[in-house]
Design a protein. Sequence first.
Length: 379
Amino acid sequence: MHATGFLSFYDRFATAPMLALITKDAGVSLYSAVQLVTVYVLLYALGQPIWGLLSDRLGRLTILRVALVGTLLGSVASVAAPGFHELLAARAVTGLFVGSLFPSMLTIVGDSFVGPARAREISSLQTYTALGTTVATLAAGALAVWVDWRVVFAVTAVGAAVFLVLLRRIRFPVGGGPHRDVRSAFTAWPLWTYGLGMLEGAILLGVLTYIVPALERDGLSTELAGVLGATYGVGIIGGAYLAKRAVARVGRTVMIAMGSTTLFVAFLLASFSQGVVALTFTAVFIGTSNAFLHSSLQGWATDVAPAARATAVSVFVCSVFLGSSAATGLTAGMTRNGYGSVFGATCAATLVLAVLAVGSHAVWSRRRTELVGASRTQV
């Protein structure tokens, strides 16, 4: 069911490449068409804590089924929408339900695996999400041109229907129930990880938005800039392959350090040069960092509040999105004369993230080990 991660990221990134065609077909301005992405992402992010709370109360499988049904209905409504406003409402509803798919799978991984095995499963899940992102970036626009933009949303509907059928044959840990303590997701360490998630989202995803525009500023066509920007997905896939083999040998704290270092190098390159080669390597390195740094922080989020794992994971994901949106809004004014200053500032912010994330995870790991050792001694 890791393919659910593919579906969620495919749908999340499929609309942007089709905006120009939807603008012409619906007879609206590009500014209006962009709202299709805005409302989708807004509902995707805001729904995260709600889904997490419900998952801890009602169980993982129940919420995953609800999310797939909602994704199916929202996608069908997107295909059948007779006008732009109906399409806007359908995309908002779809975003709300798709937003539950990836955190649900991440929580199930947290329930089902421990230690290095969990890290490897998270890396595998990231591989599928990277494939979904890459396929959406490269294929959605082509499908929209060659066939119809509604076909792109129909693919999501078919995928959700297939996964609903397959889900009948699969048994996950139920999760949820009265033994869950939702309040534990809002204690000191979980809140700290949410703050790190917000900072990481700002750096990793918020500034990633500028890679393609920077390539276009260098003179590339929109199509070629999009292809080079999509090498971010290649970086994730390659990084996930390496991360799965490294995590058992070096541990999560070192993985965070490796990912932070890779991210620093990525933005250091971009701050010195906004040429095609430098920015392509930047995109690849950001993707590689995602596989090491982001997957490690996600793994930490699954550990930090075991009695309210779904809530903690969902709030962490929401924090990453909020950080991404905040970074894009705060740095937009810095791009008037180019993107070098944005990449330079991000390079400095990456050093701050590295110190905070590596240092705090080392402290948390040591304290956790001490607590486990003390409890075994008492037994």
